[in-house]
Design a protein around this ligand. Structure first.
Ligand code: F6R
Length: 261
């Protein structure tokens, strides 16, 4: 079972997720990070930037792979995930730009982009720690419901729900790209550690289906149930429909109270 941590707010979630990343960075200075975009990981990236600064951590060798990219959006567009990863992650954390990758979603030969990206992740030795959000329809990366559990990085169509949810970044659902290049569910499962975050009432049913329902292509987030090292960090609103919320709270309080250091 994934470790489920129910927190007060996004700031607490961000500091817990950042501490998991920092432990990994301390073990391996050229750690390979898997980077989600969207609103959910922002408190994690902010906490990580502050910790790196306060501890004076050398992150010059850290490598990174974004989860996904919109298809047909030029990299310099402010809503391309290349731009978002640069402004939310590379610059604030002080990472080396040439070591941080996003899938190629623009230009000629884009059909080969998924295979190229998958090969680049393998050549880097695989992702050490993957930060994930979850869509209101249960997607992770842009693996929409119905995606193969064994899938690798490839071009996918975005679900109507996802385009509606992401309209806030583009102005209207019609302006949201129809397709993307996304790491597959198989790719995500090969990461050595997963940290999935979710906040707010709109995520409650997706979180419950992912954690308490059957492992199923209909709920791509349910892959966390198969992963040997997955941490799910949710606020009370996103945890509202979890069957075992009391157990998760008790387990966390129990370990903290044992004084094991
Ligand atoms: C982002 C990604 C998506 C988001 C999800 C939640 O790279 O792959 O799975 O994590 O759509 O988005 P937010 O965090 O904006 O609610």
């Amino acid at each position: 079972m994934a470790e489920v941590i129910i927190v007060r707010d996004q700031e607490e979630a961000g500091s817990i997720a950042a501490s998991l990343v920092v432990e990994q960075l301390q073990r391996k200075p050229d750690t390979v990070l898997g980077l989600a975009t969207g609103s959910t990981p922002l408190s994690t990236y902010a906490a990580l930037a502050a910790t790196i600064r306060d501890m004076g951590l050398d992150v010059s060798q850290v490598r990174g792979f974004a989860l996904d990219e919109y298809l047909g959006v030029p990299p310099e567009h402010p809503q391309s995930y290349r731009s978002v990863i640069t402004s939310e992650v590379v610059v604030p954390l002080g990472l080396t730009p040439s070591l941080i990758h996003t899938p190629r979603g623009f230009g000629t030969g884009v059909q080969a982009s998924g295979d190229e990206y998958e090969s680049a992740i393998l050549a880097a030795g695989g992702i050490d720690i993957q930060i994930l959000g979850i869509g209101t329809n249960g997607h992770v990366g842009f693996n929409e419901p119905g995606s193969s559990l064994a899938s690798t990085t490839r071009i996918k169509a975005l679900a109507a729900q996802t385009r509606a949810d992401n309209a806030r970044f583009f102005g209207s659902p019609g302006d949201v790209p129809t397709h993307c290049v996304t790491q597959g569910l198989g790719t995500i499962q090969r990461a050595r550690q997963l940290v999935l975050l979710a906040f707010g009432p709109a995520k409650a049913s997706a979180v419950a289906a992912a954690l308490d329902g059957p492992v199923s292509a209909s709920v791509p987030g349910s892959i966390v149930q198969l992963h040997p090292r997955a941490t799910v960090i949710v606020d009370e609103e996103a945890a509202a429909l979890l069957q075992h919320a009391d157990y998760h709270r008790m387990a966390r309080a129990g370990v903290a109270g044992l004084g094991l250091g």
